[in-house]
Design a protein around this ligand. Structure first.
Ligand SMILES: [Zn+2]
Ligand SMILES: [Zn+2]
Length: 188
């Protein structure tokens, strides 16, 4: 069993074409692949959907309540919700770095989502942010070159970014972390 997985999508992210109807909160709870589970559905879908049911259902299963925030345009609204943590899309643009600093002022954990996929400049990311090694995306770039300069500068978390039941895994993320000598930081 994994120690922690805080990057998981469910049918509350319906609209994201990768999500399948079988990927319900109840299914994730039944599989229980990690000791600490957080669900992080897309904030932009949740605000137009049913955030209240989302939160209630996650709490019922003992899950942490997170959201994945798609860059600067969602930060002001995301800050007004009572969440356990944020996962943040930080594209390499000034507005995203500026809004990230505002998100950090909430005092809640902020995880930088699959930064290698966005070419996020980690030199511009506040040191209290957590850097994700994302099982879905980490292998798609030269991860050694991207992460190696920062292994001593940040705390790292691993995420499955599961949109489907068989994605509830961090196999590649763990391999990469081992190669880089990175230890997992447990957020909760
Ligand atoms: Zn993402
Ligand atoms: Zn995601």
């Amino acid at each position: 069993m994994l120690q922690q997985d805080l990057h998981i999508h469910t049918t509350y992210s319906t609209g994201d074409s990768a999500v399948v109807p079988e990927q319900t909160v109840a299914l994730v709870a039944a599989v229980r692949h990690a000791k600490i589970i957080g669900i992080s559905d897309h904030f932009d879908y949740l605000v137009n959907g049913d955030f209240e049911s989302y939160e209630t259902e996650l709490r019922r299963f003992g899950f942490k309540v997170g959201v994945e925030v798609d860059g600067h345009s969602w930060v002001a609204e995301a800050k007004s919700y009572d969440l356990d943590y944020y996962i943040y899309h930080c594209r390499d643009q000034n507005a995203d770095y500026r809004s990230l600093e505002k998100l950090v002022t909430t005092g809640k954990p902020v995880i930088i989502a699959h930064p290698n996929a966005f070419q996020t400049n980690l030199n511009r990311v506040p040191p209290e942010c957590l850097i994700e090694i994302n099982n879905r995306y980490v292998w798609r770039t030269d991860w050694k070159q991207y992460y190696a300069p920062f292994t001593n500068q940040f705390k790292f978390v691993f995420g499955s970014d599961a949109h489907q039941p068989h994605w509830l895994s961090q196999t590649v993320a763990h391999y990469v972390a081992m190669q880089l000598g990175i230890e997992e930081h447990l957020v909760f």
